[in-house]
Design a protein around this ligand. Sequence first.
Ligand SMILES: [Zn+2]
Ligand SMILES: [Zn+2]
Length: 207
Amino acid sequence: MSVNATVITCSKCSFLSSDGVTYGRFKYKTNDGLINLVPELAWCNVCQTLVPGEVIPNYCEVNKLKERLLQRNQDIEKEKSRLKEKQSIIEKLLLKPDSVMLQDLSITKDILQDSINEMENLKQYVDTNRKPRCLECGSHEILYLPSLSYEEVPIPIGMKHPGCGGEFLAAVSPIRFFIKYKERVYTTDGIECEVVITNNCPDDTVV
Ligand SMILES: [Zn+2]
Ligand SMILES: [Zn+2]
């Protein structure tokens, strides 16, 4: 599988990383088998770089996702009415396919809905009162990055590079990265206990 990664740089130093650190499959090992863990891009004060950050399925995090879903539904309705105004009667009769934007919005809406369901399900396995961990070193010293926009030119993301003071900038890389399916397994306390690299995609390289 290949994807476009978002590259993160700093306005003041030569820092370089990408949201590719959150790619791969992250799972909790539970009595009911492996359950999806959806990480968020974060800065770790111990690793001193960008890492996959654990997200605890508590009320606040679930609500954040629900707000994003609400926003997405509003975006979809807005796009639908914009299309309606634009379409001529003939186009309506020909049942023109939805716009690409509408399709993309619908896909991200489905992903959000899946994430909400997964998070609700996770509540029975993960202590929702504990602090989230860095999924690289296990420390609690993480700061989530603000959501990234998808521009090709580097734009400030509204967060400073800790310890440096420069602005973090994000830009979508024109290069597509190949991902090897690396499955990382964690205890429900957020400690890594197993890494499985599957070889069913021989052409892919590990990010
Ligand atoms: Zn910097
Ligand atoms: Zn760390």
